[in-house]
Ligand binder design. Structure first.
Ligand SMILES: Nc1ncnc2c1ncn2[C@@H]1O[C@H](COP(=O)(O)OP(=O)(O)OP(=O)(O)O)[C@@H](O)[C@H]1O
Ligand SMILES: [Mg+2]
Length: 284
């Protein structure tokens, strides 16, 4: 079932810049989606259409089949369902303390004090920031700010979580932990849409990969089809994921049999360790 749908959406900024140009995109309930596109291709603009921050100048955005209702009440309900984590945490955080910031969403949704407290504590726990609850937001590191932004949206318990380049600026440990957080959310049935410049990560993680160029979604692909759809990537000047490229070269060298393309380096290593071609080559 389609949860979120942009149907021929166009949007120009007041200075005339094209944000979206006849852009269509569908996000299926329960799926993991990566949006890939060059700087300025319209990813952030698209995301701001997903929770009604921006409104299409032509075209329609639908949630669960119904066109967005841009009234005050309609937007309030929409934002309890669609959580948006901004690209720049400084654009999202505005309260003095971590706890206050994360409380803002659930308070705004009208929950009682005990529910707010529980949601805030669970959300901070989920992003590993429980110990920083009383810390001043402006004293946090960039990566910590990003985590607090994610907690702020988690505390609203959205059905669809939209994250604008969540990995950018996070160190290896934080990225790994963040992936665990995302996996946990996906396991709970939350639909995920994120923007990334990392094609290797997108291939490993996403069910669907959407390509953006010049304000349009030029292709939506199943990640498992990516190996055969290299043209769509090269049209945007993007390389194939490294693991696909390596797998191809190893096959071409006769070191791996033809078969399923691995999704991760770990899977490729297992193929190499377990297949007889490599062992025979090593003995030669
Ligand atoms: N507030 C704004 N006013 C005018 N033009 C804007 C504004 N925000 C974005 N744009 C323009 O709209 C286009 C799409 O920008 P957008 O920020 O959506 O791209 P993006 O894909 O998110 O890029 P990045 O990878 O750099 O984050 C660009 O040409 C950009 O210059
Ligand atoms: Mg952006």
């Amino acid at each position: 079932m389609t949860l979120l749908e942009l149907d021929n959406v166009s949007f120009r900024y007041p200075d005339g810049s094209v944000g979206l140009n006849d852009c269509s995109l569908a996000i299926e309930r329960g799926s993991r989606n990566a949006l890939i596109g060059a700087n300025g291709s319209g990813k952030t603009t698209l995301f701001q259409h997903c929770n009604g921050l921006l409104r299409p100048q032509s075209g329609v955005v639908r949630y669960a089949g119904a066109a967005f209702d841009y009234s005050r009440g309609g937007l309030r309900q929409l934002r309890s369902r669609v959580g948006l984590v901004f690209q720049n945490p400084d654009h999202q955080l505005f309260s003095a303390s971590v706890q206050e910031d994360v409380s803002f969403g659930p308070i705004n949704l009208g929950f009682d004090e005990a529910t707010v407290r529980r949601r805030v504590s669970e959300a901070l726990q989920a992003v590993g920031m429980a110990e920083c609850a009383d810390k001043a937001v402006h004293n946090l590191s960039f990566g910590q700010k990003k985590r607090v932004c994610i907690a702020g949206v988690l505390a609203m318990q959205p059905e669809l979580l939209v994250l604008d380049e969540p990995m950018a600026g996070l160190d290896y440990k934080m990225r790994t932990e963040f992936l665990t957080v995302l996996d946990g959310l996906h396991a709970q049935g939350i639909t995920l849409l994120l923007a990334t410049h990392d094609i290797d990560f997108a291939y490993r993680w996403a069910d669907r990969i959407h390509l953006m160029a010049a304000g349009q979604c030029t292709a939506s692909l199943d990640a498992t089809d990516l190996a055969e759809k290299g043209d769509a990537l090269s049209a945007l000047g993007l390389p194939l994921p490294t693991v696909i490229e390596l797998h191809r070269r190893l096959q071409a060298q006769g070191l791996l049999p033809h078969g399923c393309v691995p999704r991760t380096h770990g899977e490729l290593l297992v193929l190499l360790e377990t297949n007889t071609y490599v062992k025979e080559a090593a003995c030669r």
